[in-house]
Design a binder for this molecule. Structure first.
Ligand code: FES
Ligand SMILES: [Fe+2]
Length: 361
């Protein structure tokens, strides 16, 4: 099952170069992407309606795409506008075209009802080109269901174990319960980590052995993870209780926007941009390389988890108190799917019947 009426990240702007046909599969739909003369991205089903040849073997002609099997030409809307040697073009001669948008270095695609696609629903704080932040794009393919990748991001207690050699936060993430708040289409998870040893990956940046760290993130359907962190002098957190810091300039701040887009129920594309406010030359590259190191650790454990789930029919997961955000997000996503008329449990655990791979509708 997939949420359809939602904007998914299809890739970074640089993944869709001018003059090239780019193929991707999202929500089990093979797609071909290209750019029009004005740079706007077109996304179509990668299947000619004539004899079902892949349009990705075709040719871009201005704003249009010609199938290079028998020469039918399609407008960006998917409507066939030329059949060589046949003046009459039946209205049924068309391929499905999908709404797209582009912002802050990300290309988005809407896989549901086109009339419901509104660019106003695209969050403004996603992408490597966010003003002010120093970030570069990164991407991984994960052999796991998108909900397992979401679970991984919704419960950062795994940092203490999966990332012991990269982020290296010690056991604090696995022992500090965050505050979880429900949003309209997701959850917000926030916490202070008090008097933490300065993480080794930023020791060169910060002249302090210990820090109070504020971490807050939103996880928003259909799979966006937006995390903001501030590092303060030890003791700063006392003033704020469970609340966000205000009126105090942090020693350091970091932001990451990440997106999970399902290719199929067993494979996901994972996009990330991670960096700091600091524009020191080389820092964006450092964060990108560090992201690959850390997020490959996630990909490895989540893919292994998927293999174990696949080999465990009928075995259920058992939640702990750290699964609060995971369970609340499931509830929200299932509600959004029910609104689309899609019913049934998500995979990946949290409900007794939930850890079986469901067939796509
Ligand atoms: S299959 Fe595309 S034109 Fe024939
Ligand atoms: Fe992780």
């Amino acid at each position: 099952m997939y949420l359809k009426n939602a904007w998914y990240v299809a890739g970074f702007s640089e993944d869709f170069p001018n003059g090239a046909l780019t193929t991707r599969t999202y929500l089990e739909v093979p797609l071909v992407f290209y750019r029009k003369d004005d740079g706007a991205v077109v996304a179509m089903e990668d299947r000619c309606c004539h004899r079902l040849a892949p349009l990705s073997h075709g040719q871009i002609e201005g704003d249009d795409l010609r199938c290079m099997y028998h020469g039918l030409k399609f407008a960006p809307s998917g409507k066939c506008i030329e059949i060589p040697g046949q003046p009459r073009i039946p209205s049924s001669m068309c391929v499905r075209s999908y709404p797209t948008a582009e912002s802050h270095g990300c290309v988005w695609i809407w896989m549901g009802q086109p009339e419901k696609a509104s660019q106003a629903d695209i969050p403004d704080n996603v992408g490597p080109d966010l003003p002010g932040w120093s970030m570069l794009p990164g991407r991984l393919e994960v052999n796991a269901n998108y909900m397992l990748v979401a679970d991984n991001l919704l419960d950062l207690s795994h940092l203490s174990y999966v990332h012991r050699d990269s982020f290296g936060p010690g056991l604090v993430f696995g022992q500090t319960r965050p505050k979880v708040e429900r949003l309209e289409k997701g959850v917000r998870v926030s916490r202070w980590l008090l008097n933490q040893p300065t993480a080794k990956y930023i020791r060169e940046k910060i002249d302090a052995t210990h820090l109070d760290v504020w971490i807050t993130y939103d996880f928003i359907a259909p799979g966006l993870f937006l995390l903001y962190a501030e590092m303060h002098e030890p003791g700063a957190a006392q003033k704020f209780g469970e609340d966000a810091p205000s009126g105090v300039e942090p020693l350091h701040k970091e932001y990451t926007s990440q997106a999970v887009t399902p290719e199929s129920l067993g494979k996901s594309r994972y996009f990330f941009s991670y960096g700091s406010w600091d524009r020191t030359p080389g820092l964006a590259e450092f964060y990108r390389d560090f992201s690959y190191l850390a997020f490959n650790e996630d990909a490895e454990i989540v893919s292994a988890q998927q293999r174990t789930i696949d080999a465990s029919p009928g075995i259920t997961m058992q939640p702990t108190s750290f699964d609060a955000a995971t369970l609340q997000y499931r509830w929200i996503l299932e509600r959004l799917m029910r609104d689309e008329g899609i019913d049934g449990p998500l995979i990946g655990g949290g409900r007794a019947e939930s850890n079986h791979v469901q067939q796509a509708p």
